[in-house]
Design a protein around this ligand. Sequence first.
Ligand code: SAM
Length: 286
Amino acid sequence: MSGIDSEQLIAAVARPMAQYRAAMKGDLEDWMPLEHAEQMLLDGRAFGEHDFPADFGPIIGMMRLILEKSAAGGWSWADPDVQKVFAEVASGTVYRLYADVLVAMVVEMLKAAPICTVVEAGAGSGFVTGRLCRAMRDNGFDRVRLIATDMLPSIDMLGHELRSAYPDLIIEQCCWNIQNEAPLELRERLRKPVLVFERFSLPYAGYGAIGNLAAIADALILVDDLSLTGEKAAFDHIYGRIGTQFLVLEEARRQLAKYFSRIHTCDTEVVQAIRSPVSTFTLAVK
Ligand SMILES: C[S@@+](CC[C@H](N)C(=O)[O-])C[C@H]1O[C@@H](n2cnc3c(N)ncnc32)[C@H](O)[C@@H]1O
């Protein structure tokens, strides 16, 4: 028994999802223009900065960089050019919105269930982690252990920075390549129930990582673009050049179902409204 109730957790994410739906306005009301831009990039057709809605600009910039770097033969998350452009993407309207929705989901789940440990997989530069720390502090979750992980050793620096910025919280870090089972050093520190979440790391690791995440999670939030159609879109081809795997919602759910009793596609209403070919927020509970 994990001590958490799947219905309560599913109910807890309803409010962040309503906020997400409400935020999909202006440039974000229709995602077809982004697909067109991505197709043009893939086809090598030229276009200007103002030909597509401004809110999609940082994402388009990231795709452009991926095509340039992969053509030149090298892509690494540790590359300063990559980190700079990803920082722009991460602080752009779209990723910020995803981050805020994800943080709100975690906070609502912490309010709804007696979760003792939160683990972030693939935390990277900590864009989500930092926002989560602020929200945990503001909501008084100073007894919940937060463990930030990534396969890159730079996760140690993130841990130090966050501990200095949020001395009242319990913040730890651990190096973990999610293609492997969680290291003993991480497993030893878990206090159940455990909530695991990740944003945009699973596509770099593949479906196989779901079992490794599930092994330590009582509840798991995946924030990844999971295809609803099963057909690759232009951005799947572009991201494929840096080794990301094309992930399909149906298959992800099939993998999750091996470990979790409830799987909830959180954003069904939103993806229909904005004509998106992907679902981004998935919650699984044991
Ligand atoms: C697109 S960035 C996302 C960073 C962060 N989650 C965010 O949303 O700001 C992808 C991150 O996944 C990490 N990553 C890629 N493959 C991984 C793996 N197999 N195990 C753990 N982390 C991985 C990278 O090091 C990088 O920090």
